[in-house]
Design a protein around this ligand. Sequence first.
Ligand SMILES: *Cc1c(COP(=O)(O)O)cnc(C)c1O
Length: 457
Amino acid sequence: MNDFGDNFTKDIQTIDAAHHWHPFTDTKSLNKKGARVITKGEGIYLWDSEGNKILDGMAGLWCTNLGYNRKELIEAAYQQLQELPYYNTFFQTTTTPSAQLAQEIASITPGDLNHIFFANSGSEAVDTIIRMVRHYWVLEGQPEKNTVIGRINAYHGSTIGGTSVGGMSGMHDHGGPYLPNIAHVRQPFWYKEGEDLPPEEFGLLAARDLEEKILEIGTDKVAAFIGEPIQGAGGVIVPPESYWPEVQRICQKYDVLLAADEVICGFGRTGNWFGCETFGFQPDIMSMAKGLSSGYLPISAVAVGGRIADSFIEKGGEFYHGFTYSGHPVAAAVAIKNIQILKEEKIIETVRNEIGPYFQTQLHTTLRDHPLVGHIEGKGLVAGIALVKDKKSKTFFENGGDVGTICRDFCFDNNLIMRAVGDRMVASPPLIITKAEIDELCARAKKCFDLTLEKLG
Ligand SMILES: *Cc1c(COP(=O)(O)O)cnc(C)c1O
């Protein structure tokens, strides 16, 4: 199998511990136990170097939507590699896959989001949005309209720009100072912060925090608002139905551009092509990544609406922004094939009408009555489960995160990948998951919740 002999796992762990600096990882504690070595994937399953078969309830990192080892995606990459492995799109040149993918994305995005800029990661797409919306207002003669508003507990990536508009306080503590002229408003987190309001009323209240912030900063100083339709890394927080239409109304009223970060919600996760369709709003600009290529190769995009694009094209001249790999032909070829499969196999319709509702129902049926489970929320094939100390009185654990970590570790030891965000367990399986596989996911999760409860004594 390899050059490492019988101690394959140990050998990889040793070189990994010595030289590999992992993202978002406490290196000392990882090195103590050694990283799990993932060696193979097929459908919704992964295998590690010890031969364990693991159910991937997270689709990698919210991205392997078509599952592992889809031959057509591999074939698309291989063909394109042979034909043209790379060329840039700076020098008045284009490539067939990048042009075709731009057309394809324009055709599936709602409204007039018809101009597509390519990058390689969600973070770069978000940084691109920040630069574009700020420069838009310069072109429109309002250079002081440059504040971008995000939300507390939002995740928009890990670059300086993404971290700045993101609302993760832990991240803000590392590597700042961050960008000036950024502000944050409250998140629409009904279960935790909704007090005793009905969800719809709370949704309006949360949205109006944006209105207050815009008025506080000054309508002539706010360029854009950015939000994830459902907050993913923040714990899968599904806003009340009233939230997004109210945000849209507020943005229109004060002439603030509306940016949707669709990096997780895009490409079917919530049962529509994009999360903004699920929640009934129309952004002026949107970012996408992860599910765009099912994670097979890194690629991201920003879809730009007519208002912004026309201004850049008519008045902007050259916009000094781009990446060496913008529109990479191999990644683009994979993304085209990915979208084609989503269409041909009607995967998004199935998520919306059948497998998504089944997933949500089974999670509720299996876990709702569990003593640790305070609340389950989700849409399509993404869900967040709040673990609480006392479900009746809605008492949260004091050491937010400890219980989640215990539960996450039990899942890991029992060959189920779920992620913990504080004391919320989150799941986001590949879109191709079957009903039988959902049953298996739920049964394994229940077992791990039981083990967690037992350990808490
Ligand atoms: C993952 C994520 C990002 C960052 O994407 P990277 O590819 O990791 O840079 C940005 N926004 C959202 C909503 C994400 O979930």
